[in-house]
Ligand binder design. Structure first.
Ligand code: AMP
Length: 433
């Protein structure tokens, strides 16, 4: 029985074991290739940022700021927070590096871990990875459509089919205050029937009640006034235009008047991408709860964080969520080829020579696997078989003394002895066949 480890990993945080790395690499490479094609440039920002950046940017009334931040006090007395999302850090970098002076819009992507102290459950972790896109310096609806298109194409390229985009427009500083008032008076009249969380939301951020999944709140929400009926002309025009672009590129969407998303800074377009209802009910629940991608427009954030009045839009894809769907759907992709050559050795002198030979192969850019810790030839040949090596090099005491080495063809079992200094040339010839 495996010994119980003395130290456990922190709750909600996971080791990404070697067997899972191929999934991460695949998702990273598809994300980066597609983002590059659409003209996005990579940016890395620190994992820790000034806590105030999130209180101000993400917003004081959000769950993230109220409950989910990992905040620490440095030895110098500053408060820093492990990034719970990318956008505020990227906007800070945009302002700080004067990216306003670059040709606009500035299109940026990032990949990395984010941290949220959430209730750990299926599909909801405390450390997870996001692929994030931002387009700063452009307010046109086509930008929103293009961001959705990039995420959609990434998921499609990863062989995730049956995707559906949920989309809404939550207004801007012109029309939202009035809609908020309408909502407030509607919910105030029904406060007794709301859940505890929604009663709190009523004071701080009534829009977020629309997002509540509690059954008793759902009944009230379904009769609430809808933002679409109260958008100003500008938001209405913007929304219509985004939908027309999505129609043009034939992306499947559905209008979701209750989609508000949990962040304070969104204006106009908000969207999420889900898998469309799977057949099995338990999958349905899990997938329906868990969006793969979420994002939206944030036209006031750059100014709020000290920049000029720049409009912007963005979104983030949850990498673990995407991988869990890839696994559940048994999506396979070609495995990268293992080492074509295995180096087996017998005896101390052969081991010494093998160490040097391995270096020569590395310089010749030929991948060679070995198991120097094993002394039995049988164990080494089993290993060579397991990794699927085409050739095994056998270096025993006799060969080491003579300055030769045996090349064994693993398929036919044929063996030939060659001079040690010629072995790289010979292997190159064999591999070319
Ligand atoms: P958000 O930043 O909340 O808009 O989330 C964007 C995407 O990140 C979501 O659609 C999910 O795919 C993923 N995500 C958000 N929160 C978590 C979490 N706690 N664990 C795993 N993935 C998450």
């Amino acid at each position: 029985m495996a010994k119980k480890a003395k130290f456990q990993r922190p709750a909600g945080m996971y080791d990404i074991l070697p067997g899972d790395q191929q999934y991460f690499q695949k998702v990273y490479s598809v994300c980066e290739n597609i983002a590059n094609f659409y003209g996005f440039k990579k940016i890395d920002t620190p994992i820790l940022e000034d806590t105030n950046l999130y209180s101000k940017g993400t917003g004081l009334t959000t769950d993230i700021v109220q409950k989910q931040m990992y905040t620490l006090r440095t030895k110098g007395g500053d408060y820093l927070t492990l990034r719970p999302e990318f956008t505020p850090g990227i906007v800070r970098a945009y302002i700080g590096h004067g990216m306003k002076n670059l040709p606009q819009p500035v299109k940026l992507y990032s990949i990395g871990p984010v941290f949220r102290h959430e209730k750990a459950q299926a599909g909801r972790y405390r450390q997870f990875h996001q692929f994030n896109l931002e387009v700063i310096g452009d307010g046109s609806p086509v930008i929103d459509a293009q961001i959705i298109q990039v995420f959609y194409n990434i998921l499609f390229e990863l062989k995730l089919k049956n995707l559906i985009i949920g989309i809404n427009n939550i207004g801007d500083n012109q029309c939202r205050p009035y809609y908020k008032k309408l909502l407030l008076s509607y919910f105030r009249g029904r406060v007794e029937s709301l859940c505890v969380d929604c009663r709190r939301r009523l004071k701080e951020s009534p829009l977020r009640i629309l997002d509540c999944k509690e059954e008793k709140c759902q009944r009230i929400i379904s009769q609430a006034p809808q933002i679409i009926d109260h958008l100003c002309n500008e938001c209405h025009r913007h929304f219509k235009s985004v939908l027309e672009f999505l129609d043009e590129i034939e992306l499947p969407y559905h209008l979701n008047p209750y989609l508000v998303r949990g962040l304070d800074y969104y204006t106009k377009t908000v969207f999420e991408i889900f898998l469309e209802s799977p057949k099995k009910t338990e999958d349905k629940e899990q997938f329906a709860r868990n969006a793969l991608v979420g994002g939206g427009r944030y036209d006031s954030l750059v100014k709020l964080l000290g920049g000029e009045d720049e409009k912007a839009s963005g979104g983030a894809l949850g990498i673990e969520r995407v991988i869990s769907v890839m696994k559940a759907k048994e999506i396979k992709f070609p495995k990268s080829a293992g080492a074509p050559v295995f180096l087996a050795q017998l005896g101390t002198m052969a081991k010494r020579k093998s160490l040097r030979l391995l270096e020569d192969f590395r310089k010749a850019k030929i991948q060679v696997a070995e198991s120097f810790g094993k002394d039995s030839l049988k164990a080494q040949l089993t290993m060579a078989d397991r990794i699927g090596a085409k050739y095994t090099l056998l270096l025993g005491q006799k060969e080491a003394l003579e300055g030769s080495i045996i090349i064994r063809d693993m398929k036919t079992g044929r063996q030939e002895t060659v001079k040690l200094e010629k072995v790289i040339k010979e292997i190159k010839k064999h591999l070319k066949k």
